[in-house]
Structure formats: C-alpha cells, structure tokens
Design a protein around this ligand. Structure first.
Ligand SMILES: [Zn+2]
Ligand SMILES: [Zn+2]
Length: 257
C-alpha cells in the first residue's frame, strides 16, 4: 500500500508519522518532495549518520529547483524588455511553432518583444527563448552564481550544476527552460536532459541567411567581423542585467551577494 510505504520509519520500517525536520521541504533527484519519516526520536537518532548526507542534499536540491524556476522567470522578464531577435510572425502547424524573421529597422541591438506574436503563454515562452539557450547562461551568469551560492560546494560547468559530493549525479540547469527541446523546466536530471535533447531533433530545416542578418543588424554598432558580433551583443546584455541587479539591490536595501 502506497500510504504505508510513504510513512514507514526510515530506520525500522514500522508505521511512522513524524518527518525529519531538517529536510521538511527537501526534494529528490526529480524535484519531487523527498519524505523521510521516523516512528520515534530514538530511531531518528540512530539513523542520523546514514541520513545526514541525504538530508543536506535534499535541501540543496530545493535551492537548485526553486532557484532554477526563479532564474527562468527573471530571464523571461528580461527577454520581454530586451529582445534581440526581429521576428515578423509566428504560427502554429500542429505541434510545431514556425517562426519567421521580420525586417529590422535601424541599428538597435535590443527591442521589446512584440506581444502580438503569440497568444498562448507557452508559445510566448518558446519565442522568448528562441535561440537563447546559451545566451541565458552567459547573460545572467552572475545572477546564477548568486542564486546557487546557497548550494554547498556546488560546481557550475557551463549549464551543468554538479551536485555536492555523494549525490552521484549532475543536474542540468538552463535558465531558458530547455524550451528549445519542448520543455518548460529550468532544472532536470542530466540523463533526462540528454535523452530529451537527442530525441527532440525530429526535423532539420535548411539554414537561412543567419550571418547576413547579423551583418545587416549590427553593422555600425559593432565591428562587422561575424565572429565578434555575438560576443559583443552578449557583453552588452550582460552589462544591462548586472546594472539591473545593482539597481534592485540599491532600491531594496538587500543584497544578492
Ligand atoms: Zn522506527
Ligand atoms: Zn532530513
């Protein structure tokens, strides 16, 4: 019976109703509540050497999953105000969202996202994240470090967050929500992320005139060497984000450090 399984004492297996207070909101590898019950204080004390590491990890995952959701929200809000794509139209064909470039007016790098492009909120998120998976990691890198500073001994390798020793797993974080791969989740276990990315390349379309577009858009703003354009735009965006964080810190009197 599921209810009995959930409420079995982690030490002796007898029915239990008291949860470990240390990880009361702790999460498991898949972001679900991780419940550890004990039938009495003696069982809890006896089990502590075994549970200690899991208790800490469950709390670290809470920071990671909640932080991931927060960063995704920040990223979407930022993209809405500072969008770097010129989209003419987007329309649905079944499950596919077809996106077409529009005509770029003037030399500006960042524009406002055009609300008329999508009525479905999930389609809007997909457009806001369109071709922005690495941008999200690069542009809000400083914020990512601050948010995840609560995880003890964590390591960020690109967008991979290596969990503290003992978890045996690497969790993938993507502030753009993995929407490129049909997901709207910022954090997921690495193996799940990998199988998702490999199974989601269902079609390849002929590549358009991407580099010509960059030349047309950014000529006069940055050096027209194609290889230098994307980093230059990223630097500009990152400065905007860092300034926004400083403004918020000054206004609120709080610090994300
Ligand atoms: Zn017990
Ligand atoms: Zn615990």
């Amino acid at each position: 019976m599921a209810a009995t399984e959930q409420t079995a004492c982690a030490a002796c297996g007898k029915p239990a109703s008291t949860r470990c207070a240390g990880c009361i909101e702790g999460l498991d590898q898949n972001g679900q509540l991780s419940l550890t019950y004990y039938c009495n204080k003696d069982c809890q004390r006896a089990h502590w050497p075994k549970h200690k590491n899991d208790c800490k990890l469950a709390n670290a995952r809470k920071v990671l999953y909640r932080g991931g959701e927060f960063l995704m929200t920040v990223w979407m809000a930022f993209r809405e105000e500072a969008f770097d794509l010129c989209l003419g139209q987007a329309h649905k064909e079944g499950e596919e969202l077809h996106v077409f470039e529009g005509k770029w007016n003037g030399p500006q790098v960042l524009v406002r996202y055009q609300q008329h492009l999508a009525s479905d909120p999930l389609d809007k998120e997909a457009l806001l994240s369109h071709r922005a998976c690495t941008d999200a990691v690069a542009n809000i890198h400083g914020l990512i470090l601050k948010i995840f500073a609560g995880i003890p001994k964590f390591v960020i390798v690109e967008a991979m967050v290596k969990m503290p020793q003992g978890s045996g797993k690497v969790i993938f974080h993507q502030a753009s929500g993995s929407i490129d791969y049909g997901q709207h989740r910022a954090v997921m276990p690495c193996d799940e992320y990998c199988s998702l990315t490999s199974s989601s390349f269902i079609k390849a379309y002929e590549i358009g005139s991407g580099m010509r577009r960059y030349e047309g858009r950014y000529a006069g703003v940055v050096s027209p060497t194609p290889g230098e354009m994307v980093p230059a735009v990223h630097t500009e965006i990152r400065k905007c984000v860092e300034q926004a964080v400083r403004n918020w810190e000054q206004r609120s009197g709080q610090s994300l450090a």
